[in-house]
Structures are given as structure tokens and as C-alpha cells.
Design a protein around this ligand. Structure first.
Ligand SMILES: Nc1nc2c(c(=O)[nH]1)N[C@H]1C(S)=C(S)[C@@H](COP(=O)(O)OP(=O)(O)OC[C@H]3O[C@@H](n4cnc5c(=O)[nH]c(N)nc54)[C@H](O)[C@@H]3O)O[C@H]1N2
Ligand SMILES: Nc1nc2c(c(=O)[nH]1)N[C@H]1C(S)=C(S)[C@@H](COP(=O)(O)OP(=O)(O)OC[C@H]3O[C@@H](n4cnc5c(=O)[nH]c(N)nc54)[C@H](O)[C@@H]3O)O[C@H]1N2
Ligand SMILES: [Mo]
Length: 781
């Protein structure tokens, strides 16, 4: 196959030279007098994302970090000063020379006094699109020239899957790539059962970028072909209305029980596939002892599942029979494993699908994470795009990503992870670039305490969100539209030119230039830059991408032509992908990378770890907040999924995000029967609280949510009111309420969705949300 450049690209004159790439899609930038006034979607995107509407307001917003800034207490007293707490202290703006001298000297000091194991630069976060300027790659490349750093492993999205799946099926990142295509589902499947739905709002986004949004069209094609959808989720909106799904809202955190009830029906009515269980799985007999109640005296019947989940026993039984009678795809959203004991729902999905025996058949089996991004089930890349080489990290130590507070609060202590006993390092310096832990981590009041521990915290940012406000040194960085790059999603089929459209705001600089200047001070410029400036690196990365393309028989234009033109579409390598088809066809020729080579419904390895919170087979556990003494005081189950109006916390001060706020607060979805006894009207402001924290939010009343549950979107910039004892967040960030206990001691993944709260109308005078404004600066003494 030879695809010449002229066939893969349509240079549309009107938009040539005006493109930008974001994780939420391609934008066409409109500039007037050196300022971005708006960003439209690409005309060829069937479902362009409105999140583009945040770019102009946020880039030119009042919260931009315009100059390097140093926390007053740190500047006056040096590293490690405890004085005014981080987050509460004021900042002093300094010039670049002073900021870079401070950073270089502090880096030297920490290395000499404590070694590189005292530097944490896990720096989790989504950063921005752009292959070269990717914030974490830049930081890691720089620190690797300085002797390395403690990194983090895994992610907040699907950490339970990343750790569990290799034990029972294989590498989860591969599974995302190999997910059965929706086009195959449209042709073959009769029933799709969605645990946690497939939220269209989430399919706006894909890591690194998405050139065309295909999920909505592909799902609608399934419905048109007669596929029946069942949405098992506390939120009706987790499934597009046009799919006319049957909505079954369970109590959150009970999906494992529902699946056990389904499995019990399949077993007792002899509707399960004995042959597949025998040929393709191990350990069913042990699981069966648990399912039947032989192990613990409790048969996991449909009635048992109904009592736990709040669904009807008959509904569960009928669904099991229907599943066994036709081609069925099970889908479990990533959000459903971002819960207490999130490993179990994954294991039970695999177990249930194994009993149905359709794994590896077109449109049958299971998928974990449909809806986790815009590309899963829709497209894949034909060849690999080049990345900035990060070099080698001489430090071997790492932490599971969601143990950041644990690590900072408990240096030197031991913790379990994936069958190992590990020891936390003693961290003196934290450096964050391209992530916002005061958005993404759980129990932010605990994180605030943890962030008091290190000697020095450096944050590279373009906005004064809460993480920057918890730093000692803040370095202002150029935004994607202020620098030149190319965008290409990790699983996307497009290459997007990203020319610079405006000058960096204030004194902001690219991170590459910042690290070059630091490297010069530290005597390692040649190693870091390899003698290249940013433009030269872009040309090198493009040449490498051209070479990879050539091997796949695709011809890419030269860099200058590309950067001035339209996006390129690369052919999809596997439009008929069926997950685990090879394994199904011949399990001996294509063994799975598990200890047995088969699907492990019972894992000797995991059982051998002897963990109370993750035994050797799928097991039901009640969520933790329900088991705590006095839990009745917090009767509402709070879900906190991804926001429609932005990517996590990014550009929260943009117009589209702000348009949805209620009296400047993040909206919280409330069921009418939860609103009435609390005397709440649509548009009221409420206070949400539990023992971990408090926040305000704006009430949106809807019967699209299960009664007893509320839904508060993630990503409102944390805006703590330090004059209140609880540091009440004025804005509506759910993570002041979530707990920091993680899924289990197997995966140590975040478990944000399992949170109980109480809610009351807020009748006091409304405090102003301040976090969208720049902080008040102190001046140099
Ligand atoms: N309660 C709850 N919490 C959750 C979740 C949940 O479901 N519920 N979901 C979790 C999930 S799945 C995820 S992935 C995380 C996301 O958490 P994050 O990825 O940390 O969230 P973002 O808001 O994308 O943070 C990116 C930050 O990087 C900055 N940034 C962007 N581009 C650049 C750049 O080029 N350079 C630098 N230096 N900075 C840049 C942005 O301004 C922003 O502050 O949140 C997690 N948190
Ligand atoms: N617009 C937009 N899109 C995004 C993102 C964003 O920030 N903005 N973030 C991206 C990222 S990083 C990720 S990881 C993905 C996340 O994609 P998902 O993990 O799929 O998203 P969530 O919104 O966390 O969860 C999906 C739904 O699960 C439901 N749910 C929660 N707990 C339970 C439960 O116990 N049982 C059942 N049955 N359902 C439950 C909730 O109703 C929630 O709406 O989204 C990506 N897409
Ligand atoms: Mo994520």
C-alpha cells in the first residue's frame, strides 16, 4: 500500500496555518491584534469539541502565571522553612535569572546533601498535546541528565486494570489498543451491557489528541443496526439518548455483586459455556465455591445481588438469560474501577464474559474502558510518531502514582504493592510539570498537609491553579498556542500541525528553553540539548516520524510544508479488530501472557500474596465509607466523574467551563427526592461535607441520577477558604471530600468514586471564588 501525500491531505486554504491540537481535538485559531479571540473546531471533525471555547479566555485570563514567582517564606528563609504554610503564603515575582539561579542551586544542594532519591518528579498529569513540548518528557529528560529522580508508576485513569489484568489476561494498555471495534459490534452484536455506560462527554478526549470524533456516529450506527443497549449506571447521561438504552441504576460500587448475581443465574440455569471455561480458562472450580456459597456460606443469587445493588432480582435473572441467548458485549467503564476494591469489578467482568463464552468472537466478550477516550473501539495508529528521548533514569525507586500523600507523610515506611513490600523514599524536592495534583488527588486537605513536608516544591505552570499556589518556585510556561509543535494522539490516526499563533503571555517561556538555561548553569547543556534549539528538535522528530511512515508505506510531506498546511489523515491499520480473536481461535498457538497462558479466574499468584482486600478470585466487598462507624451521617453517595466542559481542571477559567457554573460554583446533580427534604431549589448553592472536608456547589436538580446519589464533576479549581477551620473549598472540587485509601493493596489505584457525603443548603453570604484571579503578590523586602 503506497499512500502518497496528495491522497492523505486536503489543504483547505482557509484554515492552513491556523490549526492547533488539544487532547480534545483539532482547533482552528482566530487571532486579532496578537490575541486569540476564539478557537473553532476543524470543519472535517464530525463532532468537534466545545472545549475549544475555553482556550481564548484562559490563555489571556487573569490567572495566567506571567513572571517567575517565589514563595515569600522560602525566598526569605531558604529551603525547608516551615513558617507560613504552603498554599497560604504569598509570592514575590522575580526575574528569570534569579529564578533559574535559585532552582539550579537548590537542585545541586539536594543532590549533594540527600542524593537523587530525594527528588520526586513523578509529575503525573495530562499536560498538553504536542510531541516535542510534552511537559513530563522535557522535565524527565532534564532530570535524567542530573542523576535522575523518583518516578511514579501507573495512572489515575485505570490503575486497578494496569496492575490486575497482567495477572489474569494480559497487559491492559494492549487491551485498549486491541478493543473490538464499534463497527464490528454494529455488524455482529445484539446486546451491549454497559457497566458505567459509555459517556459521550468523555469521548471528546484522547491522550495526545484526536483528529476526528467518531464515537457518536459509530454508536448511533450500532443502534440503527438494531443493537440493544443496557446502561447499568447511577447516571442516565452515561449513555447517549439516541441509543434508547434501558437504564438500570444500581447503588454505586455494587457492580461486582450484580455480575455475581448474573453469573449465579447462568450457573444454576446451566446457561454457561462449559467448553470455553475448560479450554480457555483456569480456576473456575475455585470461583464456583465462592459463587455457590460453599466458601463463605452465602450463595451469590440474583436475590442477594438485588438486595445489595437495589436492582430487581427478576431484572438480573432476565438479563442473564438474554445475555446467554445472543451475541453480547459486556463493557465496564474505567470509572467503575476507580472505586474501593476496583480490581474486583474487572475480574468479575472477565469471569462473567468467560461464562458467556463469547470472548474472541466478533462483537462478543468484554471490553474494559470503552468511552475512556475518543479512539478506543474507533481507530488506531498505523505507525509510531517520534517522541523526545528522555534518556535513562539512574534512580530505580518509584511509587504507585496515587500514593503521593502517603509518600510525603510517611518517609521510610513500608507499604504493599502488587505482591511486593516497598519502602517510601524521603523526598526533599518535588517538581511538577504538566499535572495538577490539587485537582487530581483524593483528600486534598491531606495533600495540603503532605505538601508542607518537602524542602522545596517547584511547579511549572501557565495558570495559578491550586498546585502552583502550593509551590515555592513557580516557573511560567508557554501555552500550546504560543509555541510550535505537532500533535498526534497515542492511538489516533491524524497528524496535526501546531504553529505558534501568539507570543507567550508575560515572560512565559517554553520548557525546553528553561531547561537549556538551567543546563547551562549546571554544566550539562550539551547533554540536554545535543546542540539543538527547539526548531531543530522539531525537524529531527519530524524526520523520525517520516521514516516510520515510510516503513508503513506512507509518504509524509517535509516539515515546512506540513506545518503550514492542514492535518494529515493516516489509514487505520485494523478497522475490523476483534479483541482476543487469536487466543480464542487457538489458545495453544497464542497463549496469553499470564502464568498459565490462559484466562485466570483464580490466580495462584494473587492468592499467594495473601491480601485481605484482594483474594485469589473475583470477590464482592462493600465500599469503605459504608462500613465506617457513624456512616449514617453521610447518606449520599458522591460520584465525581470527568467534566463535559473541560479536560479535568485545564482551562477551568475559560468561557465554556464558566458558562455551566451556578453562582460561580461547579454544578452538582441532585435527585428531586434528595432535594425536597433539604429544601433545595435548582440554582441554590449547597455545602457538601463529610469528615474529610467541605465544599460549596451549585444545585442542578434532575431525575437522571439515581436517588441517594449526587454527581459533582471534577476539575473546578480548588479554592480553599483558609479562614474556615475545614479549609472549605468555595468552588466545588470533589476531592476535598474523597478518601485517600485507594483500591486495594494490590494495585493502590485511586478510588475517587467511592465517597459518602451529606449536603445542606448554604444560606450564609456567598464567599467569592478567588482562584480564577491571580494571587496577591508581596514585594521584595
Ligand atoms: N474525584 C476524582 N478525581 C479524579 C478523577 C475522578 O474520576 N474523580 N479522575 C482522575 C483521572 S482519570 C485523571 S487522568 C486525573 C487528571 O489529573 P491531571 O492530569 O493532573 O489534570 P489536568 O487538569 O489535566 O492537569 C494538567 C495541568 O497541567 C497544566 N499544563 C498543561 N499543559 C502544560 C504544559 O505544557 N506545561 C506545564 N508545565 N503545564 C501544563 C495545566 O494547566 C493543568 O494544571 O484526575 C484524576 N482525579
Ligand atoms: N470531557 C472530558 N472527557 C474526558 C476527560 C475529561 O476530563 N473531560 N478525562 C479523560 C480521562 S483522563 C479519563 S481516565 C476518561 C475517564 O472515563 P471514565 O472512567 O469512563 O469516566 P468517569 O466519568 O470517571 O466514569 C464514567 C461513569 O461511571 C459511572 N460510575 C461511577 N461509579 C460507578 C459504579 O460504581 N458503578 C457504575 N455502574 N457506574 C459508576 C459514573 O456515573 C460515571 O459517569 O475520560 C476521559 N475523557
Ligand atoms: Mo484519566
Amino acid at each position: 500500500m503506497h499512500v502518497p501525500y496528495s491522497d492523505t491531505v486536503t489543504v483547505m486554504k482557509k484554515i492552513a496555518g491556523r490549526l492547533t491540537a488539544s487532547h480534545w481535538g483539532v482547533g482552528v485559531v482566530n487571532v486579532e491584534k496578537g490575541r486569540i479571540i476564539s478557537v473553532d473546531s476543524h470543519p472535517q471533525d464530525p463532532k468537534g469539541s466545545a472545549i475549544n471555547g475555553n482556550i481564548a479566555g484562559s490563555l489571556h485570563g487573569r490567572a495566567r502565571v506571567l513572571r517567575p514567582a517565589v514563595r515569600q517564606g522560602w525566598l526569605e528563609n531558604g529551603p525547608g522553612h516551615r513558617g507560613v504554610e504552603r498554599g497560604k503564603d504569598r509570592f514575590i515575582e522575580v526575574d528569570w535569572d534569579q529564578a533559574l539561579d535559585l532552582v539550579a542551586n537548590e537542585l545541586k544542594r539536594v543532590r549533594v546533601d540527600h542524593g537523587n532519591e530525594a527528588i520526586f518528579a513523578g509529575s503525573y498529569g495530562w499536560s498538553s498535546a504536542g510531541r516535542f513540548h510534552h511537559a513530563q518528557s522535557q522535565l524527565k529528560r532534564f532530570l535524567n541528565t542530573q542523576g535522575g529522580f523518583v518516578r511514579s508508576e501507573g495512572n489515575y485513569s485505570y490503575n486497578a486494570a494496569l496492575v490486575l489484568m497482567p495477572h489474569i489476561v494480559g497487559h491492559y494498555r494492549q487491551h485498549v489498543v486491541q478493543a473490538t471495534r464499534w463497527s464490528v459490534v454494529a455488524r455482529h452484536t445484539k446486546l451491549v451491557v454497559l457497566f458505567g455506560g459509555v459517556a459521550e462527554r468523555n469521548t471528546q478526549v484522547s491522550d495526545g489528541g484526536v483528529s476526528r470524533h467518531k464515537t457518536a456516529d459509530n454508536l448511533n450506527a450500532c443502534a440503527k443496526a438494531g443493537v440493544r443497549f443496557v446502561n447499568i449506571s447511577p447516571l442516565r447521561g452515561d449513555c447517549m439518548e439516541t441509543l434508547e438504552a434501558q437504564w438500570l441504576p444500581p447503588r454505586p460500587g455494587t457492580d461486582t455483586a450484580v455480575m455475581l448475581g448474573l453469573a449465579h443465574t447462568l450457573y444454576t440455569e446451566d446457561l454457561y459455556d462449559r467448553a470455553f471455561i475448560k479450554s480457555h480458562t483456569v480456576g473456575f472450580d475455585k470461583f464456583l465455591r465462592y459463587l455457590s456459597g460453599q466458601e463463605d456460606g452465602v450463595a451469590k443469587t440474583a436475590e442477594w445481588a438485588a438486595q445489595i445493588s437495589g436492582l430487581e432480582a427478576d431484572t438480573i435473572r432476565e438479563l442473564a438469560r438474554e445475555m446467554a441467548s445472543k451475541r453480547t458485549m459486556l463493557s465496564t467503564a474505567a470509572g467503575v474501577q476507580r472505586t474501593d476494591y476496583g480490581e474486583q469489578v474487572l475480574w468479575m467482568t472477565v469471569t462473567l464474559a468467560s461464562m458467556l463464552g463469547q470472548i474472541g468472537l466478533p462483537g462478543g466478550g468484554y471490553t474494559i474502558g470503552y468511552g475512556v477516550n475518543a479512539n478506543i473501539g474507533n481507530t488506531e495508529r498505523l505507525f509510531r510518531w517520534a517522541t523526545l528521548p528522555q534518556g535513562k533514569n539512574p534512580v530505580e525507586n518509584f511509587i504507585p502514582v496515587a500514593m503521593i500523600s502517603e509518600m510525603l507523610l510517611k518517609p521510610g515506611t513500608q507499604y504493599p504493592y502488587n505482591g511486593q513490600q516497598r519502602t517510601f523514599p524521603d523526598i526533599k524536592m518535588v517538581w511538577w510539570a504538566g499535572g495538577n495534583p490539587f485537582h487530581h488527588h483524593q483528600d486534598l486537605n491531606r495533600l495540603h498537609q503532605a505538601f508542607q513536608r518537602p524542602d522545596t516544591i517547584i511547579v511549572n505552570e501557565f495558570n495559578w491553579a491550586s498546585t502552583a499556589r502550593h509551590a515555592d518556585i513557580v516557573l511560567p510556561v508557554a501555552a500550546p498556542q504560543e509555541r510550535c509543535d505537532f500533535g498526534a494522539g497515542k492511538s489516533d490516526d491524524g497528524l496535526v500541525p501546531m504553529p505558534a499563533h501568539v507570543q507567550p503571555a508575560g515572560q512565559a517561556r517554553t520548557e525546553y528553553d528553561i531547561y537549556c538555561d538551567l543546563s547551562e548553569r549546571l554544566g550539562s547543556l550539551a547533554e540536554f540539548s545535543e546542540g539543538r534549539d527547539g526548531d531543530q528538535w522539531l525537524r529531527v522528530l519530524w524526520e523520525q516520524t517520516q521514516q516510520a511512515a515510510e516503513q508503513a508505506q506512507v509518504e509524509l510531506p517535509d516539515w515546512d510544508t506540513f506545518i503550514a498546511g492542514d492535518m494529515l489523515q493516516i489509514p487505520d491499520p485494523s478497522p475490523d479488530q476483534v479483541f482476543l480473536a487469536d487466543y480464542r481461535a487457538d489458545p495453544d498457538a497464542h497463549p496469553l501472557p499470564t502464568p498459565s497462558g490462559k484466562i485466570e479466574l483464580y490466580s495462584e499468584a494473587i492468592a499467594g500474596f495473601g491480601l485481605d482486600d484482594c483474594p485469589g478470585h473475583a470477590t464482592w466487598f462493600e465500599v469503605r465509607d459504608q462500613q465506617r462507624p457513624g456512616h449514617e451521617r453521610y447518606p449520599l453517595f458522591m460520584l465525581s466523574g470527568q467534566p463535559k466542559t473541560r479536560l479535568h481542571s485545564q482551562l477551568d477559567n475559560g468561557d465554556y467551563s464558566k458558562q455551566y457554573k451556578i453562582k460561580d460554583r461547579e454544578p452538582v446533580l441532585v435527585h428531586p427526592q434528595d432535594a425536597a427534604p433539604r429544601n433545595l431549589q435548582d440554582g441554590d448553592v449547597v455545602e457538601l461535607y463529610n469528615e474529610r472536608g467541605r465544599c460549596l456547589a451549585g444545585v442542578r436538580i434532575t431525575d437522571d441520577i439515581r436517588q441517594g446519589c449526587i454527581f459533582l464533576w471534577t476539575g473546578a479549581w480548588h479554592d480553599p477558604d483558609y479562614s474556615t477551620a475545614s479549609h472549605r473549598d468555595r468552588h466545588g472540587n470533589p476531592n476535598v471530600l474523597t478518601h485517600d485509601e485507594r483500591t486495594s493493596s494490590l494495585a493502590q489505584g485511586p478510588a475517587a468514586h467511592s465517597t459518602q457525603v451529606q449536603m445542606q443548603r448554604f444560606d450564609d453570604p456567598l464567599p467569592t471564588v478567588t482562584v480564577h484571579e491571580a494571587p496577591e503578590f508581596a514585594s521584595l523586602p
